[in-house]
Ligand binder design. Structure first.
Ligand code: ADP
Ligand code: ASP
Ligand code: MG
Length: 458
């Protein structure tokens, strides 16, 4: 069997919806399990509904109107979504004039409507092509999580439960169209896995079922050599290793949720990133081996993570002191702060974090260890390619290019992984740095895959 995940632009644009359902129908013999995101823009509307205490009636109305209009556009009778529309009206009603922000379990339940609507629509779309398909809410299919609403983590038993519920006998049970992004606590409350989490859902399901392949159908022809919103001429990367794709996803390539590759990697299941609008494009293939018979190296893609904060702890006591770093990281750990990059000197340690919300209380504690400096509005740029960081000359080349146009580098991290050279620049320099390196490292030149490696050229 295979997993086919369709993102918001694939399910939420009427022309793509028809392509997506036909793609599934054409692969029926491979026993697909479909995973869907909410229609494009719907989760944003629902997030706004929760956040804003004014204008909720209009937002609730927009959610209804979008789904009704979409159903009409793709020829699905309104009666199909009538029960969900009523459920949404009941859910929204108590909040319409409430002065309270919708948070925690309530927020996740509100957000869940996006995926619930799209699973219903997609299953109906498959029906009209003659397939026996059913919408399935992920929690009902065994995706049980902890109670961290908004960023829930699957519990270990979820794999067995998913396999039990979705591991259908070939050619008998109906084709499941599972809601991405959603899980459920052990006591039955809906959770969400974090924004963009449908990719992660697809990987969890694929790993649990031992899928032959996990297909991520999106709006680009694969994982590209840079974010196309920054570098319009970015090109698809034909093959990547799990390590390369993980680094890119972690450092800002939004096309894959950062956790997506973990379940796939554990079971060595290939992940393919494909374009719903151009289904014949080869896309990107992500496996444990980057390129068979290829011992050469090259930079494959550049990712960029913005709104990063750097914290520097300066302490002369650090000099030769054992246990200093442990004390620092213990504070970050206790405050649930995820640290990305780390650099140290004799008297200081600098780290970057991407969620400064819990930083204040951690800093109060760190002040007991040393003097604290905080710099905001930074960006991490990650230059990724198996073997590239250790290649003599790459770092020199990168920093010469940046220095040549006056882009200052605040922190550098090299050598911790075989695949990633990352550094920190000021936020306003980030796009310029990515564009400059994309050109300067030759990523804008078409590459030809050969039996012995990859070379630039026609
Ligand atoms: P979906 O709705 O299919 O989940 P997303 O919007 O979450 O799609 O992710 C796809 C988008 O990710 C692309 O349209 C692109 O703007 C962005 N993106 C950022 N970096 C990359 C990259 N390296 N390769 C491809 N897309 C990228
Ligand atoms: N619909 C959710 C979001 O917009 C999940 C996803 O698209 O993957 O974040
Ligand atoms: Mg996405």
């Amino acid at each position: 069997m295979i997993v086919m995940k369709f993102g918001g632009t694939s399910v939420g644009i009427p022309e793509h919806f028809g392509v997506a359902t036909r793609l599934v129908a054409a692969r029926a013999a491979r026993h697909p399990v479909v995973v869907v995101s909410a229609l494009a823009g719907i989760t944003n509307l629902l997030v706004e509904f929760c956040r804003s205490t004014v204008g909720r009636p209009e937002l609730a109305q927009q959610v209804e109107a979008r789904h009704l209009e979409f159903a009409r556009h793709v020829g699905i009778p309104q009666s199909t979504i009538e029960p969900l529309l009523r459920a949404w009206q009941l859910e929204a009603a108590p909040w319409l004039d409430s002065p309270k922000v919708v948070a925690g379990a309530d927020r996740d339940r509100v957000l869940s409507f996006g995926e619930r609507f799209s699973a219903e629509l997609f299953a109906t779309g498959l029906h009209s092509l003659g397939l026996d398909a059913v919408p399935v809410v992920a929690g009902d299919a065994g995706l049980v999580t902890d109670e961290r609403f908004g960023a829930a983590q699957p519990l270990p038993e979820s794999a067995g439960l998913l396999a039990h519920h979705l591991g259908r006998p070939p050619a008998r049970a109906p084709l499941p169209v599972v809601t991405g992004f959603l899980g459920r606590t052990a006591d039955g409350r809906v959770t969400t896995l974090g924004r963009g989490g449908s990719d992660y859902s697809a990987a969890l399901i694929g790993a649990a079922l031992g899928a032959q392949e996990i297909q991520i159908w999106t709006d680009t022809s694969g994982l590209l050599s840079a974010d196309p919103r920054i570098v319009p001429e970015a090109r698809p990367v034909a093959r990547l290793s799990f390590a390369e794709a993980s680094e890119l996803a972690y450092f800002g390539a939004r096309v894959l949720h950062p956790k997506t590759l973990i379940p796939a990697m554990e079971r060595a299941i290939p992940v393919r990133v494909l374009n719903t609008a151009r289904p014949d494009d080869p896309g990107s293939l992500i496996t444990s081996a980057a390129e068979p018979a290829d011992s050469s190296w090259r930079v494959k893609s550049i990712a960029c993570k913005k709104d990063v904060t750097a914290v520097t702890i300066v302490s002369t006591r650090m000099l030769l002191a054992h246990g200093f770093l442990a004390r620092v990281f213990e504070v970050f750990g206790r405050h649930h702060i995820v640290v990305d990059l780390v650099t140290t000197s004799e008297v200081s340690i600098s780290v970057t974090v991407d969620d400064p919300s819990r930083l204040e209380s951690a800093i109060a504690e760190l002040e007991g260890i040393g003097r604290i400096e905080v710099k905001q509005a930074l960006a991490v740029v990650a230059v990724v390619g198996e073997g590239a960081p250790s290649h003599v000359g790459l770092a020199g080349h990168v920093f010469t290019l940046l220095g040549g146009v006056g882009i200052g580098v605040e922190m550098i991290s090299q050598g911790a992984s075989r695949v990633n050279l990352s550094f920190v620049v000021r936020g306003e320099d980030a796009n310029r740095a990515v564009r400059l390196l994309h050109r300067g490292l030759g990523l804008d030149v078409e590459r030809v895959e050969t039996a012995t490696g990859t070379s630039a050229g026609a």
